[in-house]
Design a protein around this ligand. Structure first.
Ligand code: SF4
Length: 260
């Protein structure tokens, strides 16, 4: 997200302070060695109705595989922005079938809103923050209204903005579980090899972090894996982790007459 958009949204998330639910979850499921017992965590009633949100990107197979072994019936939400690589859509099918994931749900943007705001299909160039809000943040926010908690695939090694990522975090009314928070890139690779997991077809072409096609490029050797996302723009996150600020963004845009 650009500095200007952050200013508009007045980002002040997450709030500080003690959260007894997060403390209880940490006490129950994080061992003395600092490791998370993922299988026990996702069965905890404190999390309520739980879904996983997956991009079916370069690293997604590892967590999806783990979930398929614990609860293949879990709802898996895939945000179909309409801008994905064809290879990603194929990969959704491949992993769903291979892992026996029974409830992969495609979350799509409001077609009327896209027609209104992006009739020329160039919003990703002119205002990528708004494009991500319309195509990702708001559809996911609506989809998550039916859940109390969600699982993300974020990791600390993915960059400075994720360097202190906890296993459990509060996001407005939701709790987010980040089971791979402390997992290294080597661990991911090693797990994928050990279980012979299918690889996203674009990885062998140098795409190490995969989002929408217009906003993703292959990375060069030695580059940060996420360097190919919104390359050349002052933007590093899509905005689905805005927390309550997503509501504020919606209200701000509506107030500005942007058709939200
Ligand atoms: S990643 Fe690019 S194309 Fe996808 S929603 Fe964001 S700005 Fe739009």
């Amino acid at each position: 997200m650009s500095a200007s958009a952050a200013a508009v949204l007045d980002l002040a998330w997450p709030p500080g302070g003690h959260d007894p639910v997060l403390s209880a979850l940490a006490e129950r499921h994080i061992g003395r060695d600092g490791a998370l017992d993922f299988a026990s965590a996702i069965r905890d009633p404190l999390l309520g109705r739980l879904a996983m949100v997956s991009s079916f990107g370069a690293d997604s197979a590892v967590l999806l595989h783990q979930i398929s072994r614990i609860n293949p019936e879990m709802d898996i939400l895939f945000i179909d922005t309409g801008k994905h690589f064809a290879e990603t859509l194929d990969y959704v099918d491949t992993l769903s079938t291979e892992f026996g994931l029974a409830n992969v749900r495609f979350i799509r943007p409001d077609a009327g809103l896209i027609a209104l705001e992006d009739s020329r299909a160039e919003l990703w160039q002119k205002n990528p923050d708004l494009c991500c809000m319309l195509r990702k943040t708001f559809p996911l926010q609506d989809a998550l209204s039916g859940y109390q908690s969600w699982i993300t695939g974020r990791k600390r090694f993915q960059g400075a903005s994720r360097a202190a990522l906890p296993f459990f975090e509060r996001d407005g009314d939701h709790i987010k579980l980040n089971p791979l928070a402390k997992t290294s890139a080597e661990d991911i690779l090693s797990y994928a090899r050990r279980h012979d997991l299918p690889q996203h077809p674009l990885v062998e072409r140098g795409f190490l972090s995969i989002g929408c096609a217009p906003c993703t490029r292959a990375v060069k050797p030695g580059e940060d894996p996420r360097a190919g996302r919104w390359s050349g723009l002052n933007k590093v996150e899509c905005g689905i982790h805005l927390g309550p600020d997503a509501n504020f963004a919606r209200q701000s845009l509506a107030a500005r007459g942007d058709g939200i």
